[in-house]
Design a protein around this ligand. Structure first.
Ligand SMILES: [Zn+2]
Length: 333
């Protein structure tokens, strides 16, 4: 029996090593944390507007950038300056492939995927002196066989999402997506990774200004991906230039809480229907993303028990009032 157990353990270790060590997140590890993320940039028309708004609200976010999507970054100084501004402002810069392949990465050969990822690594290393730890696969899809290449390129975690603004699709109201996605949730029991696109006008011109105060008023702590996952933002261990503010009042700082931390076997090209970007049906040449939000369930925070009921009632009332005010502002716009 011991012999059989040993065989089983050896087999398990072998399978793990084949699958690699690339982690997977669709929400943050700590309840109360909320990571705003942007894909598909830089874009010369909209990315700086997004950065202006983030500055205005003193919020740090995460940008999953391409090398040659809206603009050929290598041959465009303005685009290079956008990435430098993102990094120097304290946002996290992450990888979203070099060219944003229209069919995602599951159809790429190992060599093609390696090329997509190393080109982003090299570009960012030249521009800002770091290689990214985080990767978001276009369309939100990747296969088991992709993982070994992703790991080979130094990526530490694939980042998906559990709240989708659908800002690329005019048939959706991006603000309403946030309101619906956050309804019935609270920072004591939930965390979020929200998908947006800094190449979308609705995000740059309208949505961010509404949803940032809305999220803050609900009591969430807006964080970058390194804080969200507990993993350094860059492969050489470098952190962001200026660390985002950490809200000491957030409900739980226990890093050992339950969180998604696995290689998702269910995410493959054939069966991933629940959490997929898609640009195959859109005529947008920029490979805008679409995905359906995934609800996530976290454990109840035991710290809640330490708060007095009066304080909780007062805080809840304030949160409710400010949330309603934000909603009214949104409806009036
Ligand atoms: Zn994308």
């Amino acid at each position: 029996m011991k012999f059989l157990n040993s065989i089983f353990l050896l087999t398990a270790v072998a399978v793990n090593s084949v699958r690699g060590e690339v982690k997977y997140f669709e929400k943050c590890i700590n309840d109360g944390d909320f990571a705003i993320t942007f894909d598909d940039g830089p874009n010369l028309e909209t990315s700086n507007k997004v950065l202006d708004i983030l500055d205005e609200f003193d919020v740090k976010a995460t940008f999953f950038v391409n090398g040659k999507n809206c603009v050929d970054v290598r041959n465009n100084k303005e685009a290079q300056d956008i990435i430098k501004r993102e990094y120097n402002s304290g946002h996290v810069v992450a990888s979203h492939t070099y060219t944003h392949p229209s069919g995602g990465i599951t159809g790429l050969s190992d060599d093609e995927l390696y090329d997509e990822l190393t080109k982003v690594n090299e570009l960012l290393d030249e521009l800002i002196g770091v290689k990214p730890s985080f990767f978001r696969p276009p369309l939100g899809e990747y296969s088991e066989s992709n993982l070994k290449i992703i790991e080979k390129c130094g990526i530490k975690a694939n980042i998906l999402w559990n709240l989708d603004s659908e800002d690329w699709d005019s048939s959706y109201n991006a603000t309403q997506q946030y309101i619906d996605g956050l309804e019935g949730k609270d920072p004591y029991t939930h965390s979020f990774i929200a998908l947006n696109h800094d190449i979308q006008k609705v995000t740059a011109n309208k949505n961010l200004r509404i949803i940032i105060p809305y999220i803050k008023n609900l009591g969430y702590n807006l964080v970058t991906m390194d804080v969200c996952t507990g993993i350094p933002a860059y492969q050489n261990g470098k952190t962001v230039p200026s660390k985002p503010k950490v809200n000491d009042d957030k409900p739980n700082n226990d890093p050992n809480k339950d969180f998604v931390y696995e290689n998702p076997q269910y995410l493959s090209v054939n069966n991933n229907t629940n959490n997929s970007e898609t640009n195959g049906t859109t005529n947008d040449p920029n490979g805008n993303a679409k995905g359906t939000g995934i609800d996530s369930t976290n454990s109840v925070n035991s710290n809640l028990n330490n708060n007095s009921s009066d304080a909780n009632t007062l805080k809840s009332s304030l949160m409710f009032t400010t949330a309603i005010m934000s909603l009214i502002t949104y409806l009036l716009l």
